[in-house]
Design a protein around this ligand. Sequence first.
Ligand code: S3P
Length: 448
Amino acid sequence: MSHDPASPMRPRRFLPAGPIKGRIRVPGDKSISHRSIMLGALAVGETRVTGLLEGEDVLATAAAMRAMGASVERMEDGEWRVSGVGVGALHQPTGPLDMGNSGTSTRLLMGLVSSHPINVSFVGDESLSKRPMGRVIDPLSEMGASFEASEGGRLPLIVRGASPAVPITYRLPVASAQVKSAILLAGLNTPGTTTVIEPVPTRDHSERMLKGFGAELDVTVEADGTRVITIKGEAELKPQVIDVPGDPSSAAFFIVAALVVPGSEVVIENVGLNPTRAGLVEVLRQMGGQIEFLNSREVGGEPVADLLVKHSALKGIEVDPAIAPAMIDEFPVLFVAASLAEGVTVTSGLDELRVKESDRLSAMAAALTLAGAEIEEREDGLVITGTGGAPLPGTATAAQVTTHLDHRIAMSMAVAGLVSQQGVDVDDTRPIATSFPNFEDLLASLAE
Ligand code: S3P
C-alpha cells in the first residue's frame, strides 16, 4: 500500500483562487472505516459497509484482514462486504503486512494480533517507520504478547501473539485513541475483563462500534471526567450494516478554505460530528467563523450534519489545550486559518503533533514561514500572528513546501495557496491519497 518509492514525487503549485462556492461531500471517516473492516473481519457472517473511505490507509487494513483470513470485497455499487473469521480465528499470514503510511492500521492490528496464536511482521513506509510503537508494545507485552522491534520500538517489527492473553487494567499515559483501541481489540480475545482508564477522552469510535457488533463493553465516567472502559473477552461479534459518515478531518480543509477565501460559501454534506472529533468547529467559531449545522441527524450511530460555511473575518485566540484530542488531526489546517486571522493565535499542549505522519509542528512552521506567515515554534505548539485577512505574501517565488510524506501538510498548504499572493508549491501531493483521494478534484469543482 505504501507509495512506490520508485515512483516520482508529484509536485504541484496551488494558486490563489476566487471565491469557492457549491455543495460537496467528503469521503467516509478514516477512523470508522478502519474499524468497520477490522470488526467485520472478526464477526461471523457478512458485514456490509457503505461510504467506506477508499484511501490507501484503509486499503492497507483491508489487505491485512484478507491476509489473516477474512474476505473483504468491494461490490460494483461501491458497497463493501466483509465476511469474518470469528474472534480467535485469525489466520497466520504468509508474509509481512504492509501498513504503508497508516499508524491506525499498525497500532490497532498489533492489538488484535497480540491475543491470537499467530506471529505477524509489520512493515511500513519511511514516515511510519519513524513513528513510536512503544506506546502499544508496553501494554500489549503486559498482556503476554512479545515483540521484536527495530531500534526505538519502531517498524519493521514482529508481534508474537499470546494464547491465552492476560487481561490487564491499563491507565493511558498518552491521550491516544490508537493505544486505547489496540488494548480493547486485544481484549476481545482475552479471557476475563480488560480495562482501559482514559484520563483525557479521545475519539470513541472503537467503543461505539464494538458495542454495535455486540461486544460486552461498558464505559463509566468518573467525577473528574476520567473514562473507565471495560471489555469482556472471548466475545462473539455479530455482523452489522454500517453507513460511514463523512470524515470531519477531511471536511476541515474545506471548512477553513471557505472561511479564509473572500466571498466563499460552501455546504459540506454529511459530516461526522462526534463530540470527540468536533473540536475544530468549536475553535473556528470562537475565532469568529460562520459555520452552521443544517439537517442534524444520526448516521451509523454517529451524530452528523451538513455544514454551511461562509467567508468570515477570523480573530486570533488562545486555544485551550484541553480541546486538542478532539481536533488532533486538524491543527495543521487550523494553523493556516490562524495565519490569516487578525491578531495572535497561541496553541499549546501539542507534543503529540511531533509524532504524527510527520513532526507537524516543525513541518507547518517551516511551510507557513515560507508562505510568508509569522510563526513562532515552541516545544508544544505554535504562536501565529495573522495577516488580518490579507493574502500570505510568500517569498519572491512561490513557497517550496516539504510535505514529509504527510497528507495533512500537503492539503493544509494547498488551502494556504488559495489565499497567497504567489501560490504555494507543494513538493509532493501523492500522500493525499492516503486519506482523501479526490481532494484535488473537489477543490477544482468548487473554484469559480
Ligand atoms: C486515530 C487516532 C489519532 C489520530 C489518527 C487516527 C484513530 O491518533 O491522530 O489520525 O483512528 O484512532 P492517536 O490515537 O495516536 O492520537
